[in-house]
Design a protein around this ligand. Structure first.
Ligand code: NAP
Length: 319
């Protein structure tokens, strides 16, 4: 058991990420009391049944009363309205954070609603699975994954350190960076790949000469991995592309230029250019495996710890 880092942890949103934080925080013994809330009665009841929080509360405003640490675990488009709801009910000295996949927009939308004397340190655990909802979470989700904190320039260093210690206790490696830098990095590593997956699966679906059954039947190739990514939650990803529009458009511009040069190489039969490019990208993959951010084996179809207990309510991909 670790030492208690916060007395009262409040989680707003109990999907994959919120419920994983609840399970991990309890397992590691880093908080005294876990308070949870979610938008619908159905999710709140399920959290109660699962017994992963000490208290389940009916509204965001009521939940944050007396909180030492509040983590907002909802789609990023909801961050501003939720900050407005909870702002007046936060106690002085409380630490407010989030887990959103975009950081600039969250900072812009939440900060104005949080009163002076409340510490605001946004965060993003770069960890996920293709499942969602409170049944999908598990205590080990953050182990050996990165959690990126994006404290505003005037952030209290003590608050940042306490939040870093919390994520460290949950097993994550913690790094801090400016919000706009985070959005650029995640734009290329996560958001653009999702955009490409959404596009290619839609394109295949629209090809009249390739029937739907053939797409499904022969999807053992690269296409299958794209379908997994493209099954990601529409609400979450709509919000991400709107919130991180500038960075994704910048990366999309570069991608289009590189796609044009590969297209040119293919058209002109420049096998050497294609070979050189594929050799470079293979080395990048090997580098990711070497630093422990993935295994050499395919992760599709890996066993899921909670699937046997109850099916997850919708499909989501790693973010
Ligand atoms: P999720 O499984 O869909 O859960 C979202 C939760 O937010 C649900 O419990 C939902 O309640 C609740 N919620 C939505 N609007 C709310 C509101 N206004 N007030 C209170 N609760 C509200 O989503 P998730 O995968 O945990 O993702 C949550 C956040 O984490 C997103 O910002 C996402 O960008 C980020 N993130 C996701 C991943 C990933 O791989 N999934 C990884 C890192 C970060 P109901 O169930 O009642 O609707």
């Amino acid at each position: 058991m670790s030492e208690i880092l916060f007395n009262r942890l409040v989680l707003i949103g109990m999907g994959l990420i919120g419920s994983s934080i609840a399970r991990a925080a309890r397992k590691q013994g880093v908080v005294k009391t876990i308070v949870a809330t979610a938008r619908t009665l159905q999710t709140r009841q399920r959290v109660q049944e699962l017994g992963i929080a000490d208290e389940v509360v009916g509204s965001n405003a009521a939940a944050v009363k007396g909180a030492d640490l509040v983590i907002v675990c909802i789609p990023v488009g909801q961050s501003g309205p939720v900050a407005k709801e909870i702002g007046p009910h936060l106690k002085p000295g409380a630490l407010v954070s989030d887990v959103g996949s975009v950081k600039g927009a969250v900072l812009r939308d939440m900060a104005p609603h949080l009163p002076a004397g409340v510490h605001f340190v946004p965060g993003h655990p770069v960890a996920g699975t293709e499942y969602s909802g409170p049944d999908a979470g598990f205590a080990e989700l953050f182990v050996n994954r990165w959690c990126i904190l994006t404290p505003p320039e005037n952030a209290d260093t003590g608050a940042v350190e306490r939040l870093a210690a919390f994520w460290g206790a949950l097993g994550a490696n913690v790094e801090s960076m400016p919000a706009d830098h985070h959005d650029l990095v995640l734009g290329i590593t996560s958001h653009l790949p999702h955009l490409i997956a959404y596009t290619i699966v839609g394109t295949a679906d629209e090809l009249s000469e390739v029937t739907r059954s053939e797409v499904l039947k022969f999807s053992a190739g690269g296409f299958r991995d794209f379908t997994r990514i493209a099954s990601s939650d529409p609400t979450m990803w709509r919000d991400i592309f709107i919130a991180n529009k500038d960075a994704v458009l910048e990366m999309l511009g570069r991608f289009n230029e590189d796609l044009s040069s590969l297209t040119r190489a293919m058209r002109s039969g420049d096998g050497q250019a294609l070979f050189d490019h594929f050799t470079r990208t293979r080395a990048i993959r090997q580098g990711i495996v070497e630093i422990g951010q993935d295994s050499a084996g395919p992760d599709f179809g890996r066993p899921h710890p909670h699937l046997a207990e109850a099916p997850a309510k919708k499909i989501r991909t790693t973010d």
